[in-house]
Ligand binder design. Structure first.
Ligand SMILES: NC(=O)c1ccc[n+]([C@@H]2O[C@H](COP(=O)([O-])OP(=O)(O)OC[C@H]3O[C@@H](n4cnc5c(N)ncnc54)[C@H](OP(=O)(O)O)[C@@H]3O)[C@@H](O)[C@H]2O)c1
Length: 240
């Protein structure tokens, strides 16, 4: 039985991915801060799921991950779906710094722990849900877009490090466009996707060990165009 750990499985994309892996018959270690949601998911497939309450911003998060790996008898795939994001045109520093704490500091804490676990085995698979928001700096969400860029680069760096160290660790950087989850706080966004459909595509990308997966094709085109826009034009665009 294959084993996956999913951090950020209490709602949204992570929850839907966990449901896909239940159907695939995997053993699943789930984590997040909301224990009630973790318990509820575990109750839906008690033979397959174990959980740990983990806050990625806390220093003892790595101990929690270790306990979770032990509970499911090892880990083949590590998936980080935890993240927060807010529009912050008022540039409230509390929002900016909390976003950095979760999406950069917490992300690094968990990824280094997963990398070091797989380093011992000399193989493994690390997948992260970053975002297309990392493609360009977004005026409406500075810390969110900057931390997503950080995540893209961090995974690139770890992939190179694995190569330097001759480790057979695979990496999948998943970059979805807008998905209807709590993160969007019921705001209206264009090209909105449903979390269950997105999760289905993500699981396919992980199965195929795809290095980078932009979801879906419409967003792939959008990212392609965004990347072509010169900085002096980008900075004059009103992207809300
Ligand atoms: N929705 C979108 O449009 C969209 C687009 C591109 C990328 N993404 C990315 O997809 C990922 C999942 O987001 P989502 O859309 O599914 O939103 P969501 O429903 O709000 O899910 C966020 C998940 O992250 C967990 N989380 C947040 N802070 C945490 C912390 N400090 N420690 C541990 N877990 C934490 C939450 O669990 P607890 O609250 O229980 O801790 C929850 O399970 C995020 O990284 C997000 O940036 C989302």
């Amino acid at each position: 039985m294959r084993r996956i750990v999913i951090i950020g499985a209490t709602s949204g994309i992570g929850l839907e991915i966990a449901r896909c892996y239940i159907r695939k018959g995997w053993r699943i270690g789930i984590a997040g801060r909301r224990e009630e949601a973790l318990k509820k998911l575990q109750y839906s497939a008690p033979d397959q799921i174990e959980y740990e309450t983990i806050d990625v911003t806390s220093e003892d998060a790595v101990r929690g991950l270790e306990r979770l790996i032990e509970k499911i008898g090892g880990m083949d795939v590590f998936l980080l779906s935890s993240g927060i994001g807010s529009q912050n045109k008022a540039l409230d520093p509390v929002i900016e710094l909390n976003t950095i704490r979760t999406n950069a500091e917490g992300f690094t804490r968990m990824l280094t722990a997963a990398f070091n676990y797989f380093k011992e085995l000399r193989e493994g698979h690390i997948a992260v849900i970053s975002s297309i928001a990392g493609t360009k700096g977004l005026g409406a969400a500075p810390a969110y877009s900057a931390t997503k860029r950080f995540q893209n680069h961090y995974v690139d760096a770890l992939a190179q490090l694995a190569h330097i160290e001759k480790l057979d660790i695979k990496f999948t950087d998943i970059r979805p466009g807008f998905v209807a989850t709590d993160l969007l706080k019921n705001r209206d966004y264009p090209l909105l996707m449903q979390a269950d459909r997105v999760a289905f595509r993500i699981v396919k990308a992980i199965d195929k060990k795809q290095r980078i997966a932009v979801i879906d094709n419409r967003y792939k085109l959008l990212v392609f165009v965004w990347k072509l826009i010169p900085r002096w034009i980008w900075e004059r665009l009103s992207i809300k």
